[in-house]
Write a protein that binds this ligand. Structure first.
Ligand code: GLA
Length: 360
C-alpha cells in the first residue's frame, strides 16, 4: 500500500514541478487499541500504525519559499519560509504553515513538496498527525535539520495546538512518527517512554469506518480536556494519571467531573491489562478490556454516537468470545477497532455490511 502511494506521489510531483523529486517520505496513520482520552492526562496508550497514510515528495528549490501541492484536494500553497502567514481558517494550509513555523527553518529555505494520502479525514485514524509528521519528515530530509521522531511529533502537536486550535495530547503524533507496523506501542504520555509489543500471530486487528464523519467537534474535545484538568486540580494533582478510584470518592467533584475522571483512571488500568493480555496471548482478557473500554467512552466520557455503538454491538454479536470492538480515536463518529481471532476475520467480513479492513 505505501509503495503505491510513494510511487504516485513522486509521479504527481514530476507532473506538477517538472522535475523528479529528490525524495519521498511516507508516514502512516494510527489506530488506538485502548487508552482513549488519557494522553492529555499523562496516561498510558496503546496505538499501532495502519497501512494507509501520507506520502510527501520533495526537492530543494532555489527560492526561499515553501511551494506545496495538495494533490488530493487539487489545491496549492506558496509562502515565504521565514514567515509563514496565518491562514484565516483551519484548513490544510494551517498545518503546513504551522509545521514550517514550528520547525523553525533556515531563512533561505526553499522546498517544493507534493502531498498525496489515502487516510480518510475525520475517520479517527489520525490523518492530521500523519500529514504533519510527513511534512516534518520531508522538510527534515530536504534541509538536513537532524530532528528525531519525537521532535517531529512535538512540532506536529504544537501545530495542532497553535495553528489548528485543537488541544490534543501527544499519542497520535508519537504513534505515527515512532510506531512500527504489526506492533502495538505502549506509550507513557508523561515521559514518552515506549515499549513495543508484537501481536500474537493468531490474532487480527481490523478497522471499520462507521461512515459518520467527525464534524465540528474540536470544542467538545477541548471541553473534555478542561473537565479532566479541573477534576485533577480539585484532587490537588498535576494530572489524573496520579488519581485512583479511592481518591475520586473523597474529592469534591461534580457528577460530570466524577464520570470523566473515573473513565480516565479505569482506562489507564485497561491499557496495562491489554498489554498483559497481548504479552500472554490471552484473547479472552483482551476482549473484556475492549468491551469495558467502549462502555466507558459511551457512558462516562460521552464521546460515542449511537451509530458507532450499534456497529460495535453488531461486531460483538458476530464475534461472541472470539474478539471485540470499540470506538477508536477522539470519538463522535469515525472508525471502530476490532481485535479478533485471525480465523474469524473472513466470517466478520462476510457478515458485516461494511468493509472490514485488516491492519495486521
Ligand atoms: C485524538 C487526539 C489524541 C487523543 C485521542 C483520544 O485523536 O488527537 O491526542 O486524545 O483523540 O484518545
Amino acid at each position: 500500500m505505501s509503495e503505491t502511494l510513494i510511487h504516485e506521489a513522486a509521479r504527481r510531483f514530476t507532473a506538477t514541478f517538472g522535475d523528479l523529486p529528490a525524495g519521498t517520505v511516507f508516514v502512516p496513520g494510527r489506530v488506538n487499541l485502548i487508552g482513549e482520552h488519557v494522553d492529555y492526562n499523562d496516561g498510558l496508550v496503546l496505538p499501532m500504525t495502519v497501512r494507509e497514510g501520507t506520502a510527501v515528495s520533495w526537492a530543494r528549490a532555489d527560492h526561499a519559499h515553501i511551494s506545496i501541492r495538495a494533490a488530493d484536494l487539487g489545491e496549492s500553497d506558496h509562502f515565504a519560509s521565514s514567515e509563514p502567514p496565518r491562514p484565516h481558517d483551519t484548513s490544510w494550509r494551517s498545518y503546513v504553515r504551522g509545521m514550517v513555523a514550528e520547525l523553525g527553518l533556515p531563512a533561505d529555505a526553499g522546498v517544493d513538496m507534493l502531498v498525496h494520502g489515502n487516510l480518510p479525514r475525520g475517520s479517527g485514524l489520525s490523518s492530521s498527525a500523519s500529514f504533519c509528521v510527513a511534512l516534518g519528515r520531508a522538510l527534515n530530509d530536504a534541509l538536513g535539520l537532524g530532528l528525531d521522531a519525537i521532535s517531529l511529533a512535538k512540532a506536529a502537536q504544537r501545530t495542532e495546538h497553535e495553528w489548528a486550535g485543537v488541544a490534543c495530547g501527544i499519542m497520535d503524533q508519537v504513534a505515527v512518527a515512532a510506531g512500527n507496523a504489526g506492533r502495538a506501542l505502549l506509550l507513557d504520555c508523561r515521559d514518552l517512554a515506549m515499549q513495543q509489543f508484537a501481536l500474537p500471530p493468531d490474532w487480527a486487528v481490523a478497522i471499520v469506518d462507521s461512515g459518520v464523519t467527525r464534524g465540528l467537534v474540536d470544542g467538545e474535545y477541548n471541553s473534555r480536556r478542561e473537565q479532566c484538568e479541573k477534576a485533577a486540580r480539585k484532587l490537588g494533582l498535576a494530572s489524573l494519571r496520579d488519581a485512583d478510584r479511592g481518591s475520586l470518592d473523597n474529592a469534591n467533584l461534580s457528577a460530570l467531573e466524577y464520570k470523566r475522571a473515573l473513565h480516565v483512571v479505569d482506562e489507564i488500568t485497561r491499557v496495562r491489562r491489554a498489554s498483559e493480555a497481548i504479552a500472554a496471548s490471552d484473547l479472552e482478557a483482551m476482549t473484556c478490556v475492549l468491551r469495558e473500554g467502549h462502555v466507558s467512552l459511551r457512558d462516562l466520557f460521552e464521546v460515542s454516537v449511537p451509530l458507532v455503538d450499534r456497529l460495535v454491538e453488531a461486531v460483538d454479536d458476530i464475534l461472541k468470545e472470539r474478539g471485540a470492538a470499540r470506538m477508536t480515536g477522539a470519538g463522535f463518529g469515525g472508525s471502530i477497532v476490532v481485535v479478533l481471532e485471525r480465523a474469524a476475520l473472513p466470517e466478520l467480513q462476510q457478515a458485516l455490511d461494511r468493509p472490514v479492513r485488516p491492519v495486521f
